[in-house]
Design a protein around this ligand. Sequence first.
Ligand code: UDX
Ligand code: ADP
Length: 465
Amino acid sequence: MSVKNICCIGAGYVGGPTMAMIAKKCPHINVTVVDLNEARIAAWNDEDVSNIPVYEPGLSDVVAEARGRNLFFSTDVNSAIDIAEVIFISVNTPTKMYGAGKGQAADLKWIELCARQIASVAKNDKIIVEKSTLPVRTASAIKDILTHTGSGVSFQILSNPEFLAEGTAVEDLDSPDRVLIGGDDTPEGQEALRKLVDIYANWVPRDRILTTSVWSSELSKLTANAFLAQRVSSINALSEICEKTEANIAEVARAIGTDSRIGSKFLKSSVGFGGSCFQKDILNLVYIAKSYGLNEVANYWEQVIIMNDHQKTRFASKIVSTLYNTVNGKKIALLGWAFKKDTNDTRESPAIHVADHLLFEQANLAVYDPKVSEEQVYNDLDYLKTRERAENRANLQVYLDPYEACKGAHAIAVLTEWDEFKTYDWKSIYNNMLKPATVFDGRNVLDIAELKAIGFQVRSIGSTL
Ligand code: UDX
Ligand code: ADP
């Protein structure tokens, strides 16, 4: 029997785009995405597809094609669970902010709630698919909850980690490097695994669908991200050496990257990595290693995060020291707030840390991001609990126009690599700034020679140019 009804619990950055792609590629399967957050579901159902809550190039078109046909968004979690043969769990798993494992372990509160809800509603056998990034062995916790209900319903748990990167989600989902599915080595486990493989095989070549044990699949997701983050921290560590020497990080990255054993991707030096996965996944890895008493392993991976924190702090400190060691009352424009271009996601964005540091130094900040709302910027800062909410609002303003944000500023810091920043009329921006006018390019995206010719002082990452 092939699968006819799928449901996904969690309509966020992973669940939304992934289910939209499955619905597009499998018109014979009904896909229902449910979420407790009514506003979020209403936005997914907005008649105007440009208002869906996740900004991703190309996603609106995918939603427009499938929505109402075989893709549905709803708040009725129970009905969706009841009808589905396959249930994806794609709820948030933030780092715990309290109790044991605070600051490192993943908070599995929402996962547990989901499992309990499935257990109470399910009347027939179900395949449960872990889609959220989870620490290794979460599947066994989910299984425990599900199998102790005594309802006689049988559940198979699969791990199917998401490798899509935000900003390129549609592309990544459309032609993934690989799809990874982990399942139990029992006849029932293998049967469930086959069903999920068959769904992806509607558009992904079978040799790109890897099947493993549940545990290998869970660990691979954490470590793939840890390896990627490690590359960014490695190149960022070198950027500081470059700034002290005559070396140039772009040249070094190119020279290293052309070694085919190393490869050229993920060697762009920056103000630091952000996003919901990298830090959380490494912290999970560190926590797991520590819990097995593997202290050297834990310390090794933790250093990737320490380096990233250092890069963000170093960038903010450089702004202060360049502006004569004081930014008190000085207007500084921050271009970009999202953790990378082409997304409206700001989770763990380096911009938050840089802004916090500058506010601590009593700067007056002017923020512009093409896709991030004012409310989101304030929420991100308030979440840190560094200062009163009123103080964040008094000392940071969010602008809808980049030219207004830069007007009267002493300096500009580029914190996200949005393409539009390259096409601004930098001459006019310069004319409206206080002098000396400095640009701190935290993403190395601007044309330094052009800016210098206009009269700007420029500070980039990893070079003394
Ligand atoms: C990542 C993984 O790439 C994806 O496979 C996984 O499923 C989820 O986590 P994402 O967080 O969306 O995806 O973004 P990614 O493109 O990996 O970038 C992460 C951060 O690293 C961003 O802040 C980005 O700006 C930064 N980065 C990336 C660099 O600073 N330099 C680089 O060379 C690459
Ligand atoms: P991700 O990047 O992993 O997709 P998000 O935070 O963007 O994370 O999305 C997770 C979504 O899951 C949120 O919209 C949240 O409201 C939803 N969610 C969390 N717990 C539940 C639950 N028990 N039932 C339904 N939806 C849930």
